[in-house]
Design a protein. Structure first.
Ligand code: NAP
Length: 233
């Protein structure tokens, strides 16, 4: 699969290495330009290429956004139509600036990104796992030590594609629901955020979060499913 990554720091760089290792055709980008990514490209090898941000968008069937959340308005919107966009970003007010609506929970950071990008199918994933855990803790399917990764989004097909990538990297995806109700269950400050847990343990914590914050009709306008492992294709 062709994957374009925007942001080449801890998470973007780690995902570049993992995605190349599992056999994808990957390009990576940042604001400083391809020349600044020479070291990452030679470290990862395996055909990784550095490109401009717009080229990463145009290239990717899947586009990964791994930049400080507060800079999402800089993301190009052209060419995003119909793409699967993986949002790895987290809102940290001290870094990103205060957004009262995010603080009160009426909207989530992933919805802000989705709205900015227009027609892309946004899937929130990899936001709740530390980059070193992602880099080092992947394990073969069925290994009892395998960790879970929560995923949310409205488009089931897009979510299944991202779930497949997660599995191939050595983790188990856990479906948290849609971007608003689900996404807010794996953002900073939640019980699953940064926790190194199995898929079953994450699913159990997401169910507790459901009970402690019942959904309202003002959510995504869609009924969230109970947290579950994403079925293997
Ligand atoms: N660190 C973690 O363990 C971790 C885990 C899960 C999720 N996250 C989240 O993932 C996101 C990235 O975190 P990180 O730790 O990888 O950050 P980081 O190490 O600071 O890297 C950020 C990258 O984004 C690039 N960038 C910034 N603005 C950009 C823009 N407008 N367009 C294109 N590239 C841009 C930066 O390169 P230039 O400066 O050259 O543009 C840099 O390569 C954050 O939202 C963070 O909260 C982090």
């Amino acid at each position: 699969m062709r994957i374009g990554i925007i942001g080449a720091g801890h998470i973007g760089g780690t995902l570049a290495g993992l995605l190349v290792r599992i056999g994808h055709d990957v390009v990576v980008s940042n604001t400083r330009g391809p020349e600044s990514l020479r070291e990452l490209v030679s470290e990862v090898g395996g055909g990784l290429r550095a490109v401009t941000v717009q080229e990463a968008v145009d290239f990717g069937e899947v586009v990964v956004v791994a930049i400080p959340y507060g800079r999402y308005r800089e993301l190009p919107t052209g060419g995003m139509e119909g793409k699967i966009v993986v949002d790895t970003c987290n809102y940290y007010p001290e870094r990103d600036g205060i957004d009262p609506e995010l603080d009160s929970g009426v909207v989530t950071s992933s919805e802000r990104i989705r709205d900015h990008l227009g027609g892309a199918d946004v899937v929130k994933a990899f936001n709740a796992i530390h980059w070193q855990t992602l880099r080092d803790r992947g394990l073969p399917k069925g290994d009892p030590g395998r960790l879970g990764i929560p995923v949310s989004g409205a488009d089931e097909e897009a979510k299944a594609v991202v779930a497949g990538l997660i599995r191939d990297m050595g983790f188990d995806p856990v479906d948290a629901g849609f971007l608003r109700q689900g996404g807010r269950k794996h953002q900073p400050g939640t019980t699953v955020y940064g926790a190194e847990l199995s898929a079953d343990e994450i699913a159990a914590l997401l169910r507790v979060a459901d009970r402690s914050r019942p959904e309202t009709a003002a959510g995504d306008g869609q009924t969230p499913a109970a947290p579950s492992r994403v079925p293997a294709p």
